[in-house]
Design a protein around this ligand. Structure first.
Ligand code: 5GP
Ligand code: MG
Ligand code: MG
Length: 184
């Protein structure tokens, strides 16, 4: 395991190379699944955690596609979950009759995504699919159907590759676990 002392990272959980390899596989799978559709796929990233993953993933999808974003908040500044999910920024696209692929950084309890899926579902899309870079299945509290999962991870708070702690660490090229001192 590589240390990244400068950034206060204890351990690299998923390396840059592992992410790249997995993204190629996910891109191929998504391309295969949507290649016979007539309309462009709308890829919806959940701000802000998904942007690094989404930027790399869309370049592995060999299909015409559009991108859009939703921002919701369910977490405050720390690592504690709160039950409320607020939509801070909504889509610009009309998704009625379209295929939508929601891209998320990590699914933890599942509350955030459940709320967003309800919202998107109410707009009569043809189909809504989900792709998450990371999944913490141990933490799930609401049932969610996820079609594309990058990696299942244990119940640890991770940062990097889009994921933050107090808005820092999103620019790491890997997914890592921060030193305990970071959280003090
Ligand atoms: P959920 O509603 O599934 O509990 O929360 C999902 C959101 O919480 C994620 O999109 C992410 O922003 C945040 N989150 C959950 N687990 C982690 C984690 O281990 N690290 C970071 N940085 N954010 C997390
Ligand atoms: Mg998120
Ligand atoms: Mg966050």
């Amino acid at each position: 395991m590589t240390k990244d002392v400068e950034f206060g990272i204890k351990e690299q959980l998923i390396t840059k190379e592992e992410i790249q390899k997995r993204l190629r596989e996910l891109g191929e799978q998504i391309t295969e699944d949507f290649k016979n559709e007539n309309e462009p796929l709308i890829v919806v990233g959940l701000l802000r955690g998904s942007i690094v993953f989404m930027a790399d993933l869309i370049r592995e999808i060999r299909l015409p596609l559009e991108i859009d974003f939703i921002e919701a908040s369910s977490y405050g500044e720390g690592t504690q979950t709160s039950r409320e999910v607020k939509i801070l920024k909504d889509l610009r696209s009309t998704i009625s009759g379209k295929n939508v692929l929601v891209v998320e950084d990590i699914i933890d309890s599942g509350f955030t995504l459940k709320k967003i899926l309800q919202l998107l579902g109410s707009r009569n899309p043809k189909k809504v699919s989900l792709c998450t870079l990371l999944d913490k299945p141990e933490r799930r509290e609401v049932e969610i159907d996820v079609q594309y999962i990058g990696f299942e991870i244990p119940n640890e708070f991770v940062v990097g590759y889009g994921l933050d702690f107090d808005e820092i660490y999103r620019n790491l090229e890997y997914v890592g676990i921060a030193e305990p001192s970071v959280f003090e």
